[in-house]
Design a protein around this ligand. Structure first.
Ligand SMILES: O=P(O)(O)OC[C@H]1O[C@](O)(COP(=O)(O)O)[C@@H](O)[C@@H]1O
Ligand SMILES: [Mn+2]
Length: 653
């Protein structure tokens, strides 16, 4: 667009000299505010309570603010109580009120303290931005209280009067809840989720609900598990069978059944019938939540688990056969089974199977679904397609998510960039192209979007049957980052050598600064000031592994929100926090329960470590957003002089 055309468009928004001038002043003020605080989380895997706790306490940052503000005034115990109130205002209020002696004076002290915290966390925002975030019921009052220092001459009475009235007219509880939520919101300026919201844990759908509430400041870099659900929501049978299998493997049906209303009854009836006398012992769910399921339930889940796994292997086999470009023929295993003596030959080696009961497999046609299997699968597929809530969540993953993100000079992606064994970019065949690095990511991002929004336009000859399933488990997928997914072997072969999934060479080179510099340059980022941030592979902190690679150039922040991984990591997740002073890493201890957090005021934060200190404090003008604003200011200045010179006329009404 020509400059003049653009100025004319701008003139519609700012029709007068005075409106342009105020916007220039406003933007310049914003540019000179300190950079907002970014929080990075990854691999949440359905652990809603832990995730929610981390957001509520802003990864431990709010506790630090309380310490700074009230160190001289409050004992440790009182500071903890205040912190818990701030994180869980509704629940904690109930408890405090039961034991309070002089509730009015407690209200008064607490209101004043919360206002003080709110002042600190809102100081990085313009008044107008804070105003937009204020809870409707109390917007005027909070604004007054934030900007009227109680100590200031003449204002003392005014300030205390407002506080008294809030208590007097019985609005203190609502006020505490409103201001606590506001503080939580203001403490996080930008939330980055580096993938794997779904699977394993119980409440992925609630995480999505929470993220949607925060949609204006949240972005997501898709993880392999998110892609799997996105594929399932688009109707991919391979993705659907994997999703259902993983849910059964972890005895976790809440997301499917309660979250999305997906009915598994047909699968249950089928499995009970087919595996009536089969214990399905390789399919007993992993670590079921204690006392949640009865013995009989688990027996049923094991049968369903086996039934869906066999269906999955059949469907995957069909895709592999129809998509020679995926080069996954080595994953065709059902036809390598000797159904007479129950052994299998993989890469010239023969292994005994630990299972002899495959009633639904026709040895001559092992990849064909039985009529019943086909019927069940189609019914489950309909449920996926028709679940409004699931579709809403997946659309959000598309609108706020991507394969990777460049943000304030950092490069964020879930797993890896495919490399060869020399540490150079590996060229991946995709359609009729050979792509690597950024172009590979961009193309896969495009194909993932087409799969959901425009599937019939994808050329299946070029891109294979199912690009989402490819992204989930192909050896060239940057989201998976391993040579193969040995699901079949893990269920049916005891020899652990067959379970090995070899990691992409990327993982060997991620400590090598030169290799990382190349990656950053490939994505047009300055290698000297940028970082790469990944999740996907749990950092084994308890065995001494550090999340900091290559002198801090790469940060891997999968600290194991997922309960089943906590024995490996010894932790329960990391958050990376990037504010105007530097980059810090928060390590969280296992989150036991919401009740404990509220009643016993148990804080899961274990450490907050400074990884990098900025040479000088960062301001908005140092950020990507700042660059955009500066450009806008330039145009506004041009518009201002065009008005003054009469090149464009003001529209004064
Ligand atoms: O621990 P489980 O349930 O067997 O899952 C193991 C499977 O999950 C994967 O690790 C993928 O999931 P992640 O992205 O969470 O690592 C596969 O590589 C592996 O086959
Ligand atoms: Mn992952």
């Amino acid at each position: 667009m020509k400059d003049k055309d653009y100025l004319k468009l701008l003139a519609e928004e700012y029709p007068t000299i005075s409106s342009v001038s105020s916007e220039i002043i406003n933007l310049n003020a914003i540019l000179n505010l300190p950079k907002g605080t970014e929080h990075f989380l990854t691999d949440i895997h359905g652990e809603y309570e832990a995730f929610s706790y981390v957001l509520r306490n802003a990864s431990g940052v709010l506790k630090l603010k309380i310490d700074d503000l009230f160190d001289d005034e409050l004992t440790n115990e009182k500071k903890k109580k205040l912190a818990t109130l701030l994180y869980y205002p509704e629940e904690k209020l109930d408890l405090i009120k039961k034991e309070a002696v002089d509730i009015d004076s407690w209200y008064k002290d607490t209101l004043i303290r919360l206002i003080k915290i709110c002042r600190v966390v809102s100081s990085k925002y313009t008044r107008s931005r804070v105003r937009k975030m204020l809870p409707k019921d109390f917007s005027y009052i909070i604004e007054e209280l934030l900007h009227e220092e109680e100590e200031r001459l003449n204002k003392h009475d005014y300030f205390h009067n407002i506080i008294h009235t809030i208590i007097d007219i019985d609005r203190a509880d609502e006020f505490i809840i409103a201001i606590s939520n506001l503080i939580q919101r203001l403490a996080i300026d930008r939330l980055h989720i580096i993938g794997d919201i779904y699977d394993r844990g119980p409440l992925s759908h609630k995480i999505l609900d929470d993220l949607i509430l925060r949609r204006s400041f949240t972005d997501i870099q898709w993880g392999n598990h998110d892609i799997l659900w996105m594929g399932a929501a688009a109707g991919s049978l391979a993705c659907i069978t994997n999703v259902v299998r993983i849910a059964l493997r972890y005895a976790n049906l809440a997301t499917l059944e309660e979250g999305y209303g997906i009915n598994l009854l047909p699968l249950a009836t089928f499995a009970l019938d087919i595996y009536k006398d089969d214990e399905c012992k390789n399919f007993i769910p992993k670590k079921p939540i204690e006392n949640y399921y009865q013995e009989k339930d688990l027996e049923l889940l094991s049968k369903m688990h086996k039934a869906i796994s066999i269906i999955q292997f059949k469907i995957e086999g069909q895709i592999i056969k129809n998509s020679s470009n995926y080069k996954m023929e080595h994953r065709l295993l059902l036809d390598k089974i000797d159904y007479n003596n129950f052994s299998i030959t993989i890469e010239d080696k023969n292994y005994k199977l630990n299972d002899k009961n495959f009633p639904t497999i026709d040895p001559n046609n092992p990849y064909i679904l039985t009529k019943q299997e086909e019927r069940i699968l189609n019914r489950i597929k309909e449920c996926f397609l028709e679940s409004d809530k699931l579709q809403k969540h997946i659309k959000f993953l598309y609108s706020n998510g991507s394969m990777y993100l460049k943000y304030n000079s950092n490069l964020l992606y879930h797993s890896c960039i495919p490399l060869n064994d020399k540490g150079k970019f590996r060229k991946v065949e995709l359609g009729d192209e050979k792509l690597y690095g950024k172009k590979l990511f961009d193309k896969l991002d495009f194909l993932a979007r087409m799969f959901y929004f425009n599937n019939d336009q994808i050329d299946k000859k070029l891109y294979g049957e199912d690009i989402m399933w490819y992204l989930w488990c192909n050896g060239d997928s940057p989201l998976f980052g391993k040579d193969k997914m040995t699901t079949f072997e893990r269920y049916f072969i005891e020899d652990k050598m067959t379970h090995i999934e070899k990691k992409d060479p990327y993982y060997k080179f991620r400590d090598n600064e030169n290799v990382l510099n190349n990656i950053l340059e490939e994505f047009d980022l300055n290698p000297y000031s940028s970082h790469i941030i990944n999740g996907h592979v749990p950092v084994k902190a308890s065995s001494g592994e550090s999340p900091i690679k290559a002198n801090g150039k790469l940060l891997v922040i999968d600290g194991g929100f997922s309960k089943t991984y906590q024995s490996k990591t010894g932790l329960a997740g990391y958050t990376l926090i990037y504010n105007s002073y530097g980059i810090r890493l928060a390590s969280h201890e296992p989150f036991e329960s919401k009740i404990k957090a509220i009643k016993e005021e148990k804080d899961i934060l274990s450490t907050l470590e400074l990884l990098e200190k900025m040479d000088k404090r960062k301001y908005i003008y140092d950020t990507d957003k700042g660059k955009e604003l500066e450009e806008r200011v330039e145009y506004l200045k041009k518009l201002l002089s065009a008005y003054r010179m009469g090149l464009i006329n003001e529209n004064v009404q």
